[in-house]
Design a protein around this ligand. Structure first.
Ligand code: ADP
Ligand code: MG
Length: 353
């Protein structure tokens, strides 16, 4: 057959399909960690401990004190589309959990080796299970010692995808992206105690982040993580609207603070997301108040009607689309700019919007 004739169309093998899909959900260790933190939060954890080795590529371990996983569910835990959170498509409209597709653990198990240790309050001992390529490994589910909650260990990420492994570059970059995810969730969930440790060889590790939990205010956590100097330069803001219905609150830096790059920590309906138009809108507010090439620090928690947001536009769930994006961005701009104005920045505030 000549090349010109084209090749026959054939269905890919399931293992190939799964590995391709997994590579879209888990692009780098930080994506995996975000999914794992969300699972721990969905399980109502009050304490979440993360351990990172070699940027998360050698090992990423997350330990929580949540409700645990029932031992009888462990055999299918890492299969695709197995979830305890969504039953029918319509449930997506009112979904109250982060997870809904049952795809995270499956994806992770297709790009890494996964070990789960878990115990519910009904169990008298914990269970341990190993997974690879979506499947429970040979030794099955075994009893072991443990406390209530779940520990997920992810090892040798991208062992079966050397191209991805090489493309990721430096471990230090992956490490900082992993740490960033923990920092951001720690701010948004001040009542949960987060810790992140970096494995530093020969069984020792260093704390890089530790929050106490039980805090009512994100500003305390921001002070713990970013330092009191930044926390002192932040002002709280709040915007509420009936039409379109949304509410937004957060902390933003005043004109005394500036940095070489901007930080916009954005949660929409409690999901850590990116939204380029909203980011641009926030940065524009600061343009007249900050010196050239200097940028603000803003944490913004936006709540919109769940029926107007599509969280399923991207495999990593990092990008979202929502209705009335423009008008909501504009209202946030107005609030921030009028608060900045009352602080008396030295520059002119005309032509902000
Ligand atoms: P999803 O979160 O979309 O349901 P996942 O693959 O992330 O899919 O997780 C599959 C299921 O495993 C969840 O629905 C949940 O029942 C269980 N699970 C995962 N992680 C945890 C955890 N840390 N604590 C309790 N249950 C968990
Ligand atoms: Mg999940």
């Amino acid at each position: 057959m000549s090349d010109m004739a084209g090749r026959r169309i054939v269905q890919l093998e399931e293992a190939v399909i799964n590995r391709i899909a997994a590579g879209e959900v888990v692009v780098r260790p930080a994506n995996a960690l975000k999914e794992l933190i969300e699972n721990s939060l969905d399980a109502k954890s009050q304490r979440i401990n993360v351990m990172v080795k070699s940027g998360g590529l050698k090992m990423l371990r997350i330990e929580d004190d949540g409700h645990g996983i029932r031992a009888e569910d462990l055999p299918i835990l890492c299969e695709r589309f197995t979830t305890s959170k969504l039953q029918k498509y319509e449930d997506l409209l009112s979904i109250g959990t982060f997870g809904f597709r049952g795809e995270a653990l499956a994806s992770i198990s297709h790009v890494a080796h996964v070990t789960v240790t878990t115990m519910t309050s009904n169990d008298s001992c914990a269970s341990i299970a190993h997974y690879s390529e979506g499947k429970l490994q040979g030794d099955g589910v075994r009893p072991c010692a443990g406390t209530r909650g779940t520990t997920l260990m992810v090892e040798n990420m991208f062992y079966n995808n050397p191209t991805r492994r090489q493309a990721l570059g430096k471990e230090s970059i992956e490490h900082s992206k992993v740490l960033e995810v923990v920092q951001r969730y720690a701010i948004h969930y001040p009542h949960v105690a987060f810790a992140c440790r970096k494995f530093s060889g020969s069984n020792s590790s260093a704390f890089e982040l530790s929050t106490t939990g039980g805090q009512l205010n994100s500003r305390d956590v921001i002070g713990t993580i970013w330092g009191q100097n930044l926390a002192n330069e932040l002002f709280p803001f709040e915007v509420k609207s009936e039409e379109p219905p949304f509410s937004c609150r957060g902390f933003a830096s005043n004109p005394n603070h500036s940095a070489r790059s901007s930080t916009l920590i954005l949660f929409i309906n409690n999901r850590l997301v990116d939204c380029a138009p909203l980011k641009r809108a926030v940065e524009a507010v600061y343009q007249p108040v900050l010196p050239r090439h200097q940028h603000p620090w803003v944490y913004l928690a936006l709540d919109v009607d769940p029926a107007t947001i599509d969280v399923n536009v991207h495999p990593t769930k990092m990008e979202v689309q929502f209705l009335h994006e423009e008008i909501i961005s504009q209202r946030i701009q107005e609030t921030l700019s009028s608060q900045l104005r009352t602080m008396g920045g030295s520059r002119s505030f005309s032509c902000i919007l």
